[in-house]
Design a protein around this ligand. Structure first.
Ligand code: SAM
Length: 311
């Protein structure tokens, strides 16, 4: 039988379909605003069926421990006059608000240049805890762009794949890459999109995300990044950090997986225009071909809810 012009056995096609179904199903039944186990709030996206933040770790803790701390910005803020931040997936604006607040505590004079991308702003925005409220409100009251209080902020509203092509001469000290989980939101995680992100990074900039998914790590590696695992927060595995000026710091076990698993191949989106489902089918069919080439030995499958969601 043929799938996307590729000959696969019926068993192979069934395996592809079963995994695609699991990847695309919601990670959580709840809807609307949800209180996390840490007591702060997040929102469930109605289409993706996934929370904007970690329900177990909590929203603020996720911003701090999965994004700000591994980004190297805490150190940079202490001796730099300006911080440039590229924020992929503005969402509720939590990552940006929490980062600016915490970095200003280290250096009240530090200036910010922030670019965010967001496809669709949510209808409801639950509040952050009191200490972040003023900054959070500053962002939301002044969207899509403003220059105030030493902050230059611009939100590009629309598909980040199109919008990123409009941006040049931006040299991010850090990238907060926070799409929904790669297997539900693959267009934000392809080799080609990550290549555009790399174009907007400072040579010493650090890319961070909550995910440790193999296709993302492989894409980063192919783009010349050194990769490291970030601390786990409320889940077994940590996320990923990547920088152009650092060594690969993965454990031998992680390196082996990245070199041998058939799942360790990038998502492809050559023209940055493919439908998400096309990216996923293409990826999973290529995985199946590798599995067959490897002799049909069952490899470890990636977690289905690889995202920021219910961990
Ligand atoms: N960083 C956010 C925060 O701190 O509140 C949470 C981001 S949430 C996990 C993922 C976001 O990515 C959602 O707001 C979603 O709308 C956005 N997104 C998904 N696909 C996108 C695309 N193709 N272009 C731009 N934004 C996208």
């Amino acid at each position: 039988m043929r799938l996307r012009g590729i000959e696969l056995s019926e068993k192979g096609i069934r395996a592809v379909l079963t995994e695609l179904k699991a990847w695309l199903s919601p990670s959580i039944r709840a809807k609307g605003v949800l209180q996390t186990q840490a007591g702060d709030y997040t929102l469930i996206h109605p289409t993706y069926g996934e929370p904007y933040h970690s329900v177990f770790a909590g929203s603020v803790r996720e911003c701090l421990e999965k994004f700000l701390e591994p980004s190297g910005l805490l150190n940079k803020a202490s001796h730099q006059r300006e911080i440039t931040l590229l924020d992929i997936g503005f969402g509720l604006g939590y990552n940006v608000a929490v980062a600016i607040k915490k970095l200003r505590e280290i250096n009240p004079k530090v200036q910010f240049r922030v670019i965010s991308f967001e496809k669709e702003l949510p209808q409801v925005v639950p509040p952050l805890p009191d200490e972040f409220k003023a900054l959070h409100r500053l962002l939301w009251d002044n969207l899509p762009e403003f220059e105030k209080n030493g902050i230059s902020f611009k939100l590009y509203l629309g598909d980040a794949r199109e919008k990123i092509l409009e941006v040049s001469e931006f040299y991010a000290h850090a990238v907060f890459h926070d799409g929904f989980s790669p297997y539900r939101n693959p267009e934000l995680w392809s080799l080609q999109f990550l290549s555009q992100v790399k174009r907007l990074m400072d040579q010493k900039g650090v890319w961070v995300s909550y995910t440790s998914s193999l296709p993302i790590r492989k894409a980063l590696r192919q783009l010349g990044f050194g990769i490291f695992s970030t601390r786990s927060v409320g889940r077994k595995r940590g996320g990923t950090g990547a920088c152009l000026s650092c060594e690969d710091l993965l454990s031998p076990e992680e390196k082996l997986k990245l070199e041998t698993s058939p799942y360790a191949i990038p998502f492809l989106d050559p023209e940055l225009k493919s439908k998400p489902i096309e990216i996923l089918i293409d990826y999973r069919v290529r995985v199946e071909l590798l599995k067959v080439a490897q002799g049909g030995v069952e490899p470890p499958t990636p977690r289905f809810s690889a995202g920021c969601s219910t961990n």
